[in-house]
Design a protein around this ligand. Structure first.
Ligand code: HEC
Length: 143
């Protein structure tokens, strides 16, 4: 009886631990998009975003850069889900609903590739909650 209760407590504690760990427990450095997605995103970016944010993501007169130090320090510690939502709900400003979630995920993949975060063998999901598990770390953790 005693052992059963102790085991139950142990399982409950493990459950709480697992839930916590899901909260942005992974990093963009773990790999979150495929090369194929980044390639598709590159084409969509050129059509929908480059006119304001620049071919090289350096930004324009009004639009901020989407690569490099300033961009990374803006987003450092936030999640890929936050970046995705920003683009999903607000970009391009004239018509944010124009592109599908999948197409927006591909654009995020392109931005991550351009910022030199590694690709992986698994497609990036277009589900915000799943993307929120991935933290944007400007520097590789532990380096
Ligand atoms: C008509 C010009 C224009 C187009 C087209 C455009 N943007 Fe923007 N974007 C802006 C401006 C201006 C801002 C800054 C003001 C604001 O936040 O709304 C911005 C802000 C952003 C930000 C926030 C940057 C930061 O560090 O805070 C992201 C990310 C972004 N845009 C991504 C995109 C993507 C991806 C596309 C293509 C799907 C796109 N934008 C298309 C003008 C544009």
């Amino acid at each position: 009886m005693k052992i059963a209760i102790i085991t139950m407590l142990g399982v409950a504690a493990l459950g709480v631990y697992t839930l916590r760990a899901q909260d942005a427990s992974k990093s963009v450095w773990d790999g979150i998009y495929t090369d194929d997605q980044a390639k598709k995103g590159s084409a969509a970016y050129a059509e929908q975003c480059a006119s304001c944010h620049g071919d090289q993501l350096t930004g324009g007169e009004m639009a901020p850069p989407l690569a490099g130090g300033e961009f990374l320090s803006n987003w450092n510690g936030l999640s890929v889900g936050d970046l995705f939502e920003r683009i999903r709900t607000g970009m391009p400003p004239a018509n944010p609903g124009k592109l599908s979630r999948e197409a927006k995920a591909e654009i995020v993949a392109y931005l991550l590739a351009f910022n030199k975060f590694p690709s992986s063998s698994k497609d990036m999901p277009s589900n915000t909650e799943m993307l929120k598990q991935f933290r944007i770390d400007a520097q590789k953790p532990g380096k």
